[in-house]
Design a binder for this molecule. Structure first.
Ligand SMILES: *[C@@H]1O[C@H](CO)[C@@H](O)[C@H](O)[C@H]1NC(C)=O
Ligand SMILES: *[C@@H]1O[C@H](CO)[C@@H](O)[C@H](O)[C@H]1NC(C)=O
Ligand SMILES: *[C@@H]1O[C@H](CO)[C@@H](O)[C@H](O)[C@H]1NC(C)=O
Length: 372
C-alpha cells in the first residue's frame, strides 16, 4: 500500500513536471455534475475549449480556439484567444507611465517607466507587451478532475515594468454550469497590474449562424470609458443613455452595430468598449437559437466587449474548420477588467498600483444555463 501510494505520488509529480515542459498539454476538466466541460493549456494559462449544453441537451463547444495548439503561439494575428492577459491588459498611452500615476509622465524622470511598444506599426503598448502572460508557459501547481491551478513568475523589469510579479490562476468547474476563475498576483515592488481573461464566445457554436449579431447582450452599465480615434481613453467617461452603447435592456448585438457611435476605427463598425458596471457587476449574454445563456459576476469594475470585427482565423474542426474561418463579427471577447489606461487618469480614483502589502485579486464566475 505504501509502495503503491509512493508510486502514485511519483507519477503525479511526474505529470506536473511534464506539464511544465509541454506547454500545449491539454488539461481536461469537468463539473462534478457534468454540466460543463473545459480544456486548458499551460501556454498562456489558456482556455481552449468550453462545452455547455444547448436547449436540446447536446454539448456544444462555444469557444473560439484552435485544434492545432501551436496556433496559440504561432497563429495569424495572435488574437490572445482564451489566454490570461497581463501584466497590464489593453493599452498604455505612449507606452509610458509614472508611479504615482499622472496624466503626463515626465520623460526621463526616475519614477517614469517606458514599456514595450509591441504593436510596432502603431508604436503602442498592448496586452502585456511582446511576451505577455498569454505567451508564457505557466506551471501546473495542482489539479483535480474539476479544477487546476497554474503559476507564472513575471521577472523583474520584464517588458519595462518595475519589479517582479508572482501570479496564480485557479480555474474551477462547478455543478450547475459554473466556471469560476480566481487570480492572485503578488508584486515585489510598486507596479501597475491589470489582468483579464481573453476568451471569445459564440453561443451557437457557429452552427445556426456565422456571426453573433442575433445574440442578446445585457450589461448593467450606464457608462463607458470614452475613446479617442486612436483607441486611447481621453479621460472622459461617456453616458450611454440613448446611444447604441446602452445595453441595460437586453438588446441584440446586431440591432445598432452599424450606428456611427460604435465606430472604433475609421470605416470599422463594431463594439470595442470598456463598460463600467453600475455599480454591481452584472452581465448576461444569450442566443435564442441554441438557447445557451451565460451570466457573469466579477470583482472587476468594468467589462470590455469586442465583437471580432475583421476576424479571419482558421476554425476548429468542430466548428467546420479548417476550411471555414472565424470571420467578421463571428464572436465576442468578453473581458472582465478594470478601467483601461487608468494609470494615466488619476482623476478616476482607480488605484491600479500593487506592492507588497497590497495583493492583486481578480475573480469571475460565469453561470451557463438554457433559456426556454
Ligand atoms: C512619449 O514617451 C517618450 C518616452 O518617455 C517621451 O520622450 C515623449 O515625450 C512622450 N510623448 C508624449 C506625447 O507624451
Ligand atoms: C514555451 O515553451 C515552448 C516549447 O517548449 C518554447 O519554445 C518557448 O520558448 C517557451 N516560451 C517561453 C516564453 O519560455
Ligand atoms: C441588472 O439590470 C437588470 C435590468 O435592469 C435588473 O433586473 C437586475 O436586477 C440588475 N442586476 C443587478 C445585480 O443589479
Amino acid at each position: 500500500m505504501v509502495i503503491f501510494l509512493t508510486l502514485l505520488a511519483a507519477l503525479s509529480s511526474l505529470h506536473v513536471s511534464y506539464a511544465a515542459y509541454d506547454p500545449f498539454l491539454p488539461i481536461n476538466l469537468k463539473a462534478p455534475d457534468n454540466s460543463v466541460k473545459a480544456t486548458f493549456i499551460p501556454f498562456g494559462a489558456t482556455l481552449t475549449n468550453f462545452w455547455t449544453k444547448d436547449r436540446t441537451g447536446k454539448f456544444r463547444d462555444v469557444l473560439l480556439g484552435f485544434d492545432n495548439k501551436e496556433l496559440y503561439s504561432n497563429g495569424p494575428d495572435h488574437p490572445y484567444a482564451g489566454a490570461i492577459v497581463g501584466r497590464y491588459a489593453n493599452r498604455i498611452k505612449n507606452a509610458t507611465f509614472s508611479i504615482p500615476p499622472s496624466e503626463y509622465p515626465i520623460p526621463g524622470a526616475p519614477n517614469t517607466y517606458e514599456v514595450s511598444k509591441n504593436i510596432v506599426s502603431e508604436g503602442i503598448f498592448l496586452h502585456g507587451g511582446f511576451i505577455g502572460y498569454d505567451r508564457f508557459n505557466w506551471t501546473i501547481t495542482s489539479q483535480t478532475s474539476s479544477s487546476v491551478t497554474l503559476y507564472h513568475f513575471d521577472p523583474p523589469g520584464h517588458e519595462g515594468f518595475p519589479g517582479s510579479v508572482k501570479v496564480w490562476v485557479t480555474y474551477t468547474l462547478k455543478s450547475g454550469g459554473i466556471w469560476d476563475t480566481y487570480i492572485k498576483a503578488l508584486a515585489s515592488e510598486k507596479t501597475p497590474i491589470m489582468l483579464t481573461s481573453h476568451a471569445y464566445w459564440n453561443l451557437d457554436a457557429w452552427q445556426e449562424s456565422e456571426d453573433i449579431l442575433d445574440h442578446y447582450l445585457q450589461i448593467n452599465s450606464s457608462k463607458v470609458v470614452a475613446l479617442a480615434s486612436d483607441g486611447h481613453p481621453t479621460g472622459d467617461i461617456w453616458d450611454v443613455t440613448g446611444t447604441a452603447l446602452d445595453f441595460r435592456t437586453p438588446t441584440t448585438v446586431g440591432a445598432r452595430i452599424d450606428d456611427s457611435s460604435t465606430s472604433t476605427a475609421p470605416g470599422v463598425h463594431g463594439y470595442d468598449y470598456d463598460w463600467i458596471y453600475d455599480p454591481k457587476p452584472s452581465f448576461q449574454f444569450y442566443s435564442k437559437k441554441s438557447g445557451i445563456k451565460f451570466e457573469a459576476k466579477t470583482n472587476q469594475p468594468c467589462v470590455q466587449i469586442y465583437t471580432c470585427q475583421g476576424f479571419n482565423l482558421p476554425r476548429k474542426a468542430a466548428h467546420g474548420g479548417p476550411t471555414k474561418v472565424y470571420g467578421n463579427r463571428g464572436c465576442a471577447a468578453i473581458e472582465q477588467q478594470s478601467y483601461v489606461d487608468a494609470i494615466h487618469h488619476p482623476s478616476w480614483g482607480v488605484d491600479q498600483i500593487y506592492h507588497p502589502g497590497r495583493d492583486y485579486v481578480w475573480t469571475s464566475s460565469y453561470k451557463f444555463s438554457v433559456i426556454p
